[in-house]
Design a protein around this ligand. Structure first.
Ligand SMILES: Cc1ncc(COP(=O)(O)O)c(C=O)c1O
Length: 398
């Protein structure tokens, strides 16, 4: 296999097309899928050298595969990271990031407004293994500060959050981490590095559900965890090698091809979402909308300072609670009802009865997940068709 030119000096859009490509002896244009679990060696001595780490080369797909490596290298270029490891799902990436570096006796502080499974690991699973956790309002810098203990090892946050579209000041939290020798882990699923670069803002580890915008077409599941520090990278790789949350080569290939259009899709979907936010704001039956860069968002200035666009996700609060929210969703024709997100197809869901159903009702209320709240994944359709659809569904509430 031959490495394509090291393209570090190309622009991000170019790297998303060519970055990480390795061609086999056949010179294929599109990247090949290496759907193999093991590798053969020219001799027993070569195998010995590879296992000792003295020679380059793949050993076993659980911790290394040419197609997966192409995906990892391409994503690392986009994020400005030295290391990237693909995983089977976004949660496998979250789990790898946390379990590879934490041990019994450590303490973690996490933002409370997070995807439910992130929160579950932080507040329920880690404590079972002797890692204490404190959950804070991620918007409040003082709360992060006050939660620090001598044994605090990790801060975990998501921004913008799912589904409340809250923001965390990544730069400020990162500098708190630096002062206190704490590792900052950021879930960058909603923005992707097209709109928000957590490493440039001071994060130590970034992870993704590639299932979302990186695939972007609702086809396959995968995740990725990235870092710059060699010591952390060793811990991540050892964890993946020994416990096996690895990505399938086929799914890595789907994600690799997804990256080629990521920039275009995210920017266009974000542009569509901005128009929709503007359209819905102040409409009859709409109590409020939450979109990071909209003038009505309480953290708009922060959004403008750490994101280059608002993203494709927005929250809509329908007046009339669950009954009205359900009626609105059921009246939609083009926008599909689904709990997935990051798709080119516009998708809507009611978090209180789906993704966040299991949360305690009081906690849901604290997070702003009311009975009237809907989460909209804005897709790549012509925005005028989406506006017409949303408009006629609102009219159904008259
Ligand atoms: C913000 C966020 N992080 C992580 C995940 C988990 O990703 P996956 O479903 O690929 O495991 C999701 C899934 O919805 C998510 O929305």
């Amino acid at each position: 296999m031959s490495d394509i030119k090291k393209s570090k000096n190309y622009k991000p859009q170019t790297n998303l097309i060519h970055g990480g490509t390795k061609r086999s002896q056949f010179g294929e244009t599109s990247e090949a899928i290496f759907m193999n679990s093991g590798y053969t060696y020219d001799s027993a001595a070569v195998a010995e050298e590879r296992f000792a780490g003295d020679a380059e080369g793949f050993i076993y797909t659980r911790f290394g595969n040419p197609t997966t490596k192409m995906f990892e290298d391409r994503l690392a270029m986009l994020d400005g990271a030295n290391y990237c490891y693909a995983t089977a799902t976004g949660m496998a990436a979250a789990n790898t990031a946390l379990f590879s570096i934490l041990k019994a006796g450590d303490h973690i502080v996490a933002g409370r407004a997070m995807f439910g499974s992130n929160l579950y690991i932080a507040d329920s699973l880690l404590p079972r293994f002797g890692v204490a956790s404190t959950i804070v309002d991620g918007r409040d810098l003082n709360a992060w500060k006050a939660a620090i203990k001598p044994n605090t090892k990790v801060f975990l946050l998501e921004s913008p959050t799912n589904p409340g579209i809250e923001l965390v000041d990544i730069r400020a939290v990162a500098s708190l981490c630096k002062e206190n020798n704490i590792i900052l882990i950021v879930d960058n699923v909603f923005a992707t590095s097209v709109l928000q670069q957590p490493f440039a803002l001071g994060a130590d580890i970034v992870f993704y559900s590639a299932t979302k915008l990186i695939d972007g077409q609702g086809r396959a599941m995968a995740g990725a965890v990235l870092c710059n520090d060699t010591g952390i990278a060793d811990q991540l790789l050892t964890y993946i090698r020994q416990t096996g949350p690895s990505a399938s080569p086929f799914n890595s290939w789907v994600m690799l091809k997804g990256l080629e259009t990521l920039d275009l899709r995210v920017k266009q979907q974000s542009a569509n979402a901005k128009i929709i936010a503007e359209f819905l704001h102040g409409k009859k039956h709409v109590a409020k909308i939450l979109y990071p860069t909209h003038e009505s968002h309480p953290q708009r200035d922060l959004a403008l300072s750490q994101m280059s666009g608002g993203g494709n996700m927005l929250a809509i609060e329908i007046i009339g609670g669950k009954t009205a929210a359900f009626k609105f969703c059921d009246a939609l024709d083009l926008v599909l009802y689904s709990n997935n997100l990051g798709d080119t197809k516009s998708l809507i869901c009611h978090p209180a009865t789906t993704t966040h159903q299991r949360l305690d009702a009081d906690f849901r209320a604290e997070l702003g997940i009311t009975e009237g709240l809907l989460r909209l994944n804005v897709g790549l359709e012509d925005v005028s068709d989406l506006l017409d659809d949303l408009d006629q569904a609102l009219a159904a509430l008259d």
